[in-house]
Ligand binder design. Structure first.
Ligand code: UD1
Length: 422
C-alpha cells in the first residue's frame, strides 16, 4: 500500500486550486437516474469515490463517460437494466445509498445494500427510509438489503425529519421531484451541496423552493429532462487547505474559494489569529506572527462548524497556544486521528465525544496511520508543521476525497512525496 512522506520545512506560500465538491458530485451523479435524457457535470473532482459512483451507476445500466481528464462526466440513464445496488460496490462508499430515492422515483422499485464507507460511526439509514415511506414507498430490510417499492408511484407528503441528515434530505428531495403532488420536507439539511443539487434538479425541470433553509417544498412533475451543471467548489477541501498557512505560517491563496462556503470555520480561524481576505480569484489566508491561539469547536449541521473539518482543526489546535475543547456532535466515533496525533507529540485527552487539546511548542514527525478520509489529511497537516519526517500509511482513504494532494502541496513549497508500495 502506498504511503505519503512529509517533511516539515517551515512557512508555505503560493496558490492552491480548489476542486469541485466530492459530496456535491456524489449526489449530482445519481440525479442522472431521474431522467431518460443526458446529464453532464463539469468541474467534477478526480477521486476514487467518483469512480466508485461511476461503477455503481454503470452496474444499473447508466452510461457514464469521463471526459477532459475526469473533469467532465457525461451521463445517460436512458436504458436502465437493473434496480439493485450491490453490496460489493455499496460497501466501499456510504454515498452509494443516494441511488435509492432516484431509482424508486423513476422505476417504482429499488434494492440497495446497506452501506459501508468511513468507519466513523454506525451511520444507519432510518431517516432515509422514514422519508421515503412518507412518500408512499414500502420498504423492508432483507438479507442486508433495503427492498423499496412504490409501483403505483410516489405521492407528495408533509414530512419532518428527526435529524437534519444530509443524505436523507438528498434522497427525499430527489424522490419527490417525480412524485404526484407537493412534498414539504421540514427540518431539512441546509448544506451547500444540497443547494447545488437543487440548482441542478431545477435545470432538469424540477420545481423546488426553499433549498438552503430547513423547509424545502417540491412540486412533483411528470418527467425531468437533460441538463449541464457545474459542480460547486469543495468547501471541505477549501477549509483543509486554509489550514496550511494557519499551521505552517506563510500565505496561501485558495483559487475558487468563497467565504460563504466556510463561514463558521473561517470565523474560528480568525478568532485563532489567522487572517482571511477575499480576492478576485478566491480566498487569501495567512499567518505571519507567532502561533495561533486555542479556540473551542462544536461540530454541527450547516451552517455550524463542519464535522468534516474537525480532524484538520484538531491538528491546528495541537500547535496552538492554550487549551482547546473540540466537541463532536455529528458522528459518535470520529476521534481516531487523536491517538495518531499523540504519536507526533500532541497532548490530547478524549472523553466520549469531547477532545481536550493542549497546544505544544513543536510536533515531531512519526510514522502514523490514516483511519478515515478526513483523519488522513489531518495527519498530513500535522506532518507539514512537525519537525522531521512523518510517514502517513493507508493513503487510500486520502484518494477518496483529495485530488492531487501531493502536487497541490508541492505547489506551495511543501516537502511531500508519495511512496509507491513495492
Ligand atoms: C454527509 C457527507 C459526510 C459528512 C456528513 C455530515 C456525503 C457523501 N457525505 O454524510 O462527508 O460528514 O454528511 O455533514 O455527502 N443518521 C442516522 N440515520 C440516517 C442517516 C444519518 O442516524 O438515516 C446519522 C448518522 O449516523 C450521523 C448523522 O446522522 O451520525 C449525520 O449523517 P448524515 O447527515 O446523513 O451524513 P451523510 O449524508 O452520511
Amino acid at each position: 500500500m502506498d504511503s505519503i512522506l512529509v517533511t516539515g520545512n517551515g512557512p508555505l506560500s503560493g496558490q492552491i486550486p480548489i476542486a469541485g465538491a466530492k459530496n456535491a458530485c456524489l449526489t449530482l451523479m445519481p440525479a442522472t437516474l431521474l431522467s431518460e435524457d443526458p446529464l453532464t457535470l463539469t468541474n467534477a473532482p478526480r477521486l476514487s469515490d467518483i469512480k466508485t459512483m461511476t461503477q455503481l451507476l454503470q452496474s444499473l445500466g447508466a452510461e457514464v463517460s469521463s471526459l477532459q481528464d475526469g473533469q467532465v462526466l457525461a451521463m445517460s440513464s436512458h436504458d436502465l437494466t437493473s434496480h439493485t445496488a450491490d453490496y460489493d460496490i455499496v460497501r466501499k462508499m456510504r454515498a452509494s445509498n443516494l441511488v435509492l430515492g432516484p431509482m424508486l422515483a423513476r422505476l417504482g422499485q429499488a434494492v440497495v445494500s446497506l452501506p459501508g464507507g468511513c468507519a466513523i460511526g454506525a451511520r444507519p439509514m432510518d431517516l432515509h427510509v422514514e422519508g421515503l415511506e412518507a412518500l408512499g414507498a414500502e420498504i423492508e430490510l432483507k438479507d442486508g438489503y433495503l427492498h423499496a417499492k412504490a409501483l403505483g408511484g410516489l405521492k407528495g407528503a408533509v414530512h419532518e425529519m428527526r435529524f437534519a441528515s444530509v443524505g436523507a434530505t438528498e434522497n427525499i428531495v430527489m424522490a419527490a421531484t417525480l412524485a404526484k403532488g407537493t412534498t414539504v420536507l421540514k427540518n431539512a439539511a441546509r448544506e451547500p451541496e444540497i443547494v447545488d443539487l437543487v440548482n441542478c434538479l431545477r435545470k432538469m425541470g424540477a420545481q423546488i423552493a426553499g433549498e438552503g433553509t430547513s423547509t424545502i417544498e417540491i412540486q412533483g412533475v411528470d418527467r425531468l429532462h437533460g441538463a449541464t451543471h457545474q459542480v460547486v467548489s469543495d468547501r471541505i477541501e477549501l477549509g483543509t487547505y486554509m489550514l496550511v498557512p494557519a499551521i505552517c505560517g506563510g500565505e496561501v491563496e485558495l483559487l475558487g474559494g468563497r467565504k460563504s462556503l466556510v463561514e463558521s470555520f473561517a470565523s474560528k480561524l480568525e478568532e485563532a489569529g489567522v487572517s482571511i481576505t477575499e480576492t478576485a480569484k478566491g480566498l487569501k489566508v495567512s499567518r505571519k506572527n507567532g502561533p495561533v491561539t486555542s479556540v473551542d469547536v462544536i461540530t454541527e449541521p450547516f451552517p455550524g462548524f463542519p464535522t468534516d473539518l474537525q480532524a484538520q482543526m484538531m491538528a491546528l489546535m495541537c500547535t496552538a497556544q492554550g487549551v482547546s475543547v473540540l466537541e463532536e456532535r455529528i458522528f459518535e466515533n470520529r476521534f481516531m486521528h487523536a491517538p495518531e496525533l499523540v504519536r507526533m507529540g500532541a497532548q490530547i485527552e478524549v472523553h466520549g465525544g469531547t477532545a481536550k487539546v493542549t497546544g505544544v511548542d513543536q510536533l515531531k514527525g512519526a510514522p502514523v496511520m490514516a483511519t478515515d478520509l478526513r483523519a488522513s489529511v489531518s495527519l498530513i497537516l500535522a506532518g507539514l508543521a512537525a519537525e522531521g519526517e512523518t510517514t502517513v500509511s493507508r493513503v487510500y482513504h486520502l484518494d477518496r476525497g483529495y485530488e492531487h494532494v501531493v502536487g497541490k502541496l508541492e505547489g506551495v513549497g511543501a516537502k511531500i512525496e508519495r511512496i509507491k508500495s513495492q
